[in-house]
Design a protein around this ligand. Structure first.
Ligand code: 5GP
Length: 182
């Protein structure tokens, strides 16, 4: 793993290694498989940030009869939440009466998660659960706790493994954390 990185003038250091990520993705997949035994939930990947986590998790799940679809929400500019959650791409599949599992990259304030669940509930699914790669417990403004959490992390900005800084750094195979405040 590379050492320090500079992206858009901010410094980042290695935080979560690929073998740790794989291990936690496998654990979350196991929990989901166990909870949905005999069922075929619809998985919803939240673009853009969750695309790599969702790809790894969905393949790890090996639930061949299920479907994955994509929605796009946005609330961040640079390194902080604007507090306003915008839906950029909506759902083009009927989820009425279906079990739904949302796959998100990170829950920070919790505003995106709460808004998304509210939007989806209006479509009358049988159930909704939420899987996140990362949870910043200390940043929560909503008290929302996802059903499946790969890692709980401190309230610092992270990039890599799909997560960006102004569109950059999604390609990094591992997760880096901002270290300008150290
Ligand atoms: P929330 O609505 O929970 O505050 O924020 C959720 C969204 O904010 C995530 O889907 C993600 O796009 C963005 N976000 C929150 N924290 C971080 C972070 O540390 N790094 C990156 N790259 N995005 C973040």
């Amino acid at each position: 793993m590379n050492e320090k990185l500079i992206v858009n003038g901010l410094s980042f250091k290695p935080f979560l290694r690929i073998d740790e990520i794989r291990k936690q993705v496998a654990r979350v997949a196991e929990e989901i498989r166990r909870d949905y035994e005999g069922k075929n939930p619809i998985f919803l990947c939240v673009l853009n940030g969750a695309f790599i986590f969702a790809a790894d998790l969905y393949r790890e799940l090996g639930m061949n009869e299920t479907q994955i679809h994509f929605v796009k929400y946005s609330s961040y500019e640079g390194v902080s939440s604007t507090g306003k959650v915008k839906q950029l791409i909506g759902l083009n599949v009927d989820i009425e009466g279906q079990d739904v599992v949302i796959i998100e990259d990170i829950v920070d304030t919790g505003l995106t998660a709460v808004k998304m669940i509210e939007d989806l509930k209006a479509k009358n699914p049988a159930s909704i659960r939420f899987a996140t790669l990362l949870l910043k417990e200390e940043s929560s403004k909503t008290g929302y706790v996802p059903d499946y959490i790969a890692f709980s992390i401190p309230p610092y900005f992270v990039i890599g493994y799909g997560l960006d800084l102004d569109g950059k750094a999604r390609n990094l195979p591992e997760i880096y954390i901002n270290c300008d405040e150290e």
